[in-house]
Ligand binder design. Structure first.
Ligand code: NAP
Length: 530
């Protein structure tokens, strides 16, 4: 039986009663069933009578001290008086009490108690002993929220959560710790915390309730749920979580795909730490693709040749097999494009060994694509702004390179592929090539998928080229990962449709607009209450 009223505890934190009431009502409209009211943020004395008419679901009262990450401005005796008032007010089913004061505040009627420990700086070495002491206290749920400074902190908290003998929600705050908030649900945490209004920045790494509605199926995470994720830095704006999680749901697979933000240099430590949660596989992105190839004990042949992996698959002994799905995705995407282009004019499709290709960039994507092209017989020339890098890559893979400054010289290429981030969101007016270099009839492939229609793609269309955007490659590399992770082939057309929805200019434009104004429906705060 579930311990809490819901698997999501939505945190409402505003400075004015009027705004709290507005958010309480809106949160319930959007599906919230359990709300934590952060009374410490109120700029005036709390008036429970103003709040209770908005009560439509279970509430928890929390008055957090600054030392625990809260904003309570008054004295400690005053805070404890308000906590007692909240408990007897009849408005709250739950109350949060810090472990050091919990014994001073007796259980009252049916009000359930969360006994909590917060550390906003670190995960203390004696966290297990702190938890042991807490377990002797009278609580319905124990909460541990500590800052992870290193991936190994996450391991200690996941392990604590796994062996919790009583209902416990234990997680790490901060970017590195963010996945532990979700992983706790797999190991019987009664709920996960989420901010109703993400702009409030209440706690580092606290996810937003909206993300649960659009991206993460948290209500269904349980003991049997398989965990996958994206390992990289940055990972915040990736569309991989949307794509993977929606496909798992559509295919009725009990799995969740999480972002793991791991800085350069922490890769091996993160892999080790999160294996405590038996992560089944990772997508790997910048800056870890080479580290992933090195960390794996088994490498597929293209990973060995390319020297980079974008996929890690956990083996039964906890070690990893490295694969590269960018490689096949790029070539499949190009092959289909060339076949369709030829069919449209009723000519035989060209083979790769008939084609001259210019590749811009010499990073991870270029490596995978150039390798795939050469394997298929294409005549490849590489150029990158750091000429040494493209020259070195050309020698390594066995193709030509030219200096970046000479990329516009009049040489004929059948295909031009952009593997640089030039033109990517938010620098959407930039392009790596002058438009007049693009000759009618050639194929221009931009691997960038956000935005789908880059300046390069728009210039190419304007010049009569056939164009291939990065969306198809992105979808294919993700589909190959999903197949490797869960053994099912997801439908590519559904994935393309999902990607286009997620990338739609209107969605992005509105999100950007909302960011600028501090969130939809935000109002200026800090003024006097009416
Ligand atoms: P990467 O390893 O960082 O390589 C980036 C390459 O672009 C490097 O050669 C870099 O040159 C060059 N570059 C960076 N900024 C530049 C600039 N302002 N002007 C000229 N060249 C510049 O990155 P990656 O993993 O290869 O990714 C590159 C692009 O591929 C990304 O934009 C990504 O969107 C796209 N991609 C798409 C897919 C897909 O599925 N559609 C998959 C993977 C990647 P330096 O070495 O001199 O910095």
């Amino acid at each position: 039986m579930s311990v809490g009223p819901d698997r999501i505890c939505v945190v409402i934190a505003r400075t004015r009663h009027k705004m709290i009431v507005a958010e309480l009502e809106e949160a319930v409209k959007r599906g919230a069933k359990f709300l934590e009211l952060r009374i410490d943020l109120l700029s005036k004395a709390v008036d429970f009578k103003r709040l209770t008419p908005a009560k439509k679901c279970a509430w928890m009262a929390t008055i957090r001290r600054p030392m625990d990450g809260g904003r309570w401005p008054g004295t400690e005796p005053e805070r404890q008086i308000i906590i007692r008032q909240a408990i007897v007010s009849g408005a709250f089913e739950w109350v949060d009490l810090e472990t050091d004061i919990a014994d001073k505040i007796p259980r009252f009627g049916p009000v359930k108690r969360v006994i909590s420990y917060h550390n906003i700086d670190e995960t203390p070495q004696d966290i297990d002993a702190i938890y042991e002491q807490m377990l002797k206290q009278d609580a319905d749920v124990y909460k541990i929220a500590v800052r992870a400074q290193h991936p190994s902190d996450c391991r200690r908290i996941i392990d604590l959560q796994k062996r919790a003998p009583k209902p416990t929600v234990a997680f790490c705050m901060g970017d590195i710790g963010a996945p532990t908030r979700f992983i706790a649900l797999k190991y019987w945490a009664p709920w996960i915390y989420a901010a109703f209004n993400p702009e409030r920045q209440l706690a580092p790494g606290l996810p937003s309730f909206d993300e649960f509605r659009t991206t993460y199926p948290v209500r269904s995470i349980g003991a049997a749920t398989r965990i996958f994720g994206l390992l990289g830095d940055p990972v915040g704006h990736s569309l991989s979580p949307i794509l993977h999680n929606h496909m798992y749901r559509r295919m009725k697979v009990d799995a969740v795909y999480l972002p793991f933000k791991v800085p350069a240099g922490e890769f091996n430590a993160a892999l080790d730490a999160f294996q405590s949660a038996s992560v089944g596989g990772y997508s790997v992105t910048i800056p870890h693709k080479e580290a992933a190839a090195q960390a794996a004990v088994e490498r597929e042949s293209n990973v060995v040749s390319i020297g980079a992996a974008n996929t890690l698959l956990a083996r039964a002994d906890g070690t990893f097999l490295a694969a590269n799905t960018d490689h096949d995705a790029a070539i499949d995407s190009l092959r289909e494009h060339l076949d369709k282009k030829a069919a449209a004019v009723g000519v035989p499709a060209p083979q790769f060994d008939q084609l001259f290709v210019l590749v811009l960039g010499a990073g991870g994507a270029a490596r995978a694509i150039v390798h795939a092209l050469i394997r298929n017989g294409a005549h490849v020339t590489i150029t990158s702004r750091t000429n040494d890098k493209s020259a070195k890559l050309a020698v390594e893979l066995g193709c030509k390179s030219i200096d970046w400054e000479t990329r516009h010289s009049p040489v004929h290429y059948d295909i031009i592929i952009n593997c640089t981030p030039v033109g990517m969101h938010p620098n959407m007016t930039q392009t790596p090539l002058q438009a007049n270099f693009l000759k009618s009839g050639i194929t221009v492939f931009d691997t960038i998928y956000n935005p789908e229609h880059t300046q390069l793609i728009r210039d190419a269309e304007g010049r009569g080229c056939s164009v291939l955007t990065g969306v198809d490659m992105f979808v294919r590399q993700a589909a190959k990962q999903i197949e490797r992770f869960v053994g099912l082939q997801p439908p590519l057309d559904q994935m393309r449709e999902l990607m286009r929805k997620a990338l739609s200019p209107l969605t992005r434009a509105m999100a950007e607009e909302a960011e600028k104004t501090g969130g939809m429906g935000a109002e200026e705060e800090g003024g006097e209450e009416e």
